[in-house]
Design a binder for this molecule. Structure first.
Ligand SMILES: *Cc1c(COP(=O)(O)O)cnc(C)c1O
Length: 408
């Protein structure tokens, strides 16, 4: 028989979301009259911006003509989209990022996993705890970890706890690491990093030759004009960081699929023979070999995000979700619950009350308020004792969910 990739057998069963679904199903079957409200999901709920839909419809009609038909496009993405991104997302904020350094893809989830293809096996890897599970599981699959222990932590990974005690920003590790995953604004905690905090990471990475993988999927939710949106706003980051961005959360593209990765020219790694190699060339080669580009239609939709209509529609979407987050924060605080996040991110992270653990609070909320959230322990051992509520829902559902929580 064929041999399987044994690394997959090290994976702890992806128990978080299936377990939530199991408990909700059991509850709904026992209580068919209960109107369950789901504030657990990390998926957007509002429709696609009109500017994006109009652009995609026009692109479909173009594709229906001999002159306007597009077959395979450039693996890196169309130049007009890469240029619009470079200008609007980076150069307008003073970041030195060129169109050539932007690689269009069908998602940050894949990019943040696929990047391991171009990185060596011997790198010491640091992740925050709690963490977006994709970073950890993709390292397990790629054979970059040992086995999991009883708390679900994998051997060989350095876990950097993010808790209320350190303001939810990881401390610089005392032992040497080569690869660091950072996500700000953070999923799941909703925390954000200041310029000074990011500078400390960039300084560490430059001094020690480490690479930062910076996930900025939620940058559009930042409200405080003083906070950095990109790691490249920090001097020296071009020498030590790759950034991932996505149209999923700002423009509602979770089901449409478009994202991008920035690999700066001149960002180097070392080869086994001690020579240095430019990561840009490796990523370009990887994408050209294993990826055939994002659909022309979808890239036209993403480009429309940067039109003036697109910009105002995306701003309105973000404002809508952030008002939901403000309502959740306000009502939980009024109920005497300690809340974090939700001010620069669509996630509110709360301390579970009355000494309940994360699953205990999950059951309490489900049974008493018919509201579903996500237990913090599912994102890592240090997330135990916390709970995530998402602002991705209708206003009516958020208000009703909070009315029920207040009445508990
Ligand atoms: C939603 C999300 C993304 C976006 O993933 P896509 O594959 O682009 O939809 C990336 N990182 C984090 C942490 C997320 O929560």
């Amino acid at each position: 028989m064929v041999q399987v990739n044994g690394n997959y057998l090290k994976l702890k069963a992806g128990y978080l979301f299936p377990e939530i679904a199991r408990r909700v199903k059991a509850f709904s079957e026992a209580n068919p009259e209960a109107q369950v409200i789901r504030l657990g999901i990390g998926d957007v709920t509002e429709p696609l911006p009109e500017a994006c839909r109009t652009a995609m419809k026009a692109a479909i009609d173009e594709m229906g003509t001999r002159e306007g038909f597009h077959g395979y496009g450039p693996e890196q993405g169309y130049p007009w989209l890469r240029e619009a991104i470079a200008r609007h997302d980076f150069q307008s904020r003073g970041c030195e990022v060129s169109a050539e350094e932007i690689f269009i893809s069908d998602g940050s989830k894949c990019d943040s996993s696929n990047i391991l293809d171009i990185l060596g096996e011997g790198n010491r890897i640091a992740v925050t705890d709690p963490v977006y599970p994709v970073y950890v599981d993709s390292n397990v699959m790629a054979g970059r970890t040992g086995e999991a222990d009883g708390s679900g932590r994998y051997g060989g990974l350095t876990y950097l706890p993010i808790t209320a005690a350190n303001g939810f920003t990881a401390e610089i590790p005392s032992s040497k690491v080569d690869l660091i995953y950072l996500c700000f604004p953070n999923n799941p905690t909703g925390a954000v990093a200041s310029r000074e905090q990011l500078k400390a990471w960039v300084d560490y990475a430059r001094a020690s030759g480490a690479l930062i993988l910076f996930d900025a999927a939620y940058e559009a939710f930042i409200q405080d004009p003083g906070l950095p949106h990109s790691i490249y706003e920090i001097e020296g980051a071009r020498e030590c960081a790759i950034e991932f961005r996505s149209f999923s959360k700002n423009a509602g593209f979770t089901g449409t699929r478009c994202a991008l990765t920035v690999v700066p020219r001149g960002l180097m790694g070392t080869a086994a023979d001690g020579g240095t190699v430019e990561l840009w060339g490796l990523w370009n080669r990887r994408q050209c070999t294993k990826f055939n580009g994002v659909s022309y239609i979808v890239q036209r939709g993403a480009e429309a995000v940067y039109s003036s209509e697109g910009q105002s529609q995306v701003k309105a979407l973000i404002a809508f979700y952030m008002e939901n987050a403000a309502i959740i924060r306000r009502e939980l605080s009024a109920a005497g619950i300690e809340v974090y996040g939700g001010e620069q991110a669509p996630y509110v992270w709360l301390k579970t009350p009355d000494g309940l653990d994360s699953w205990g609070f999950f059951d309490h909320l489900l049974q008493r308020a018919h509201v579903v959230g996500t237990p913090g322990g599912g994102f890592g051992a240090a997330g135990e004792g916390y709970f995530r509520l998402s602002a991705f829902n209708s206003r009516a559902n958020v208000e009703e969910a909070m009315r029920r929580v207040r009445a508990l």
